[in-house]
Unconditional design. Sequence first.
Length: 250
Amino acid sequence: MRSVLVLGGTGEARRLADALSAVPRLRTVSSLAGRVARPALPSGEVRTGGFGGPEGLAAWLAAERIDLLVDATHPFASGMTASAAEAASRTGVPLLVLRRPGWEPVPGDRWRWASDVAEAARALPGLGHRVFLTTGRQTISAFAHLDDLWFLARSVDPPAPPLPRNLRTVLDRGPFTLDGELGLMREHAIDVLVTKDSGGPMTSAKLAAARALGVPVLLVRRPPLPEGVAVVSTTEAAVAWVRDRTPQAG
């Protein structure tokens, strides 16, 4: 019997856990950070909460006799990815990073890039006055000082203060449709979209809506991955990586 820990919280992680649950002689444990109140749960064992940094994760890997580690967290969960890389190095547990590809512009897009959320907040004034903000509830505070702008912020759970003075919050979870995003942006007269380069189809409809409406988009770039880590972009490739390292997995 082999054991694999999937650092999850994404759709790719859930699909990976579902696929790995059918692999013979493999115990699959999914770890969720616990930042979402009602997360969609994957197949197999699930643990919730942090590990206490790379030292805590390394200790947990050793105590649970984990043989393989797959980081399938959100592309912007850089702290967790860094901890996974260090814990894997400390323990000798093979690590794979599963990352969906980022978005690519197409004709008609009006994109501008920011290196992080703080830079996006600095660049936002002058791009528009009614902002559709989809960078996640933990980053909304970075825009709290922009009193001259109106914000429509969407997140799964309510954000915590400090918050922008002119803010309306929509609590919702993807996938989102083009018609729905067009209706939302028209209803609130949105003239600029701020989002992260999360990639994937779950939340890409807002980019198509912005393109159709001629709305500029301010995109936050992904943080870089740790050097030397193995990376795949599909769940199928991650399943193959695990199978190759699981005796008698077929």
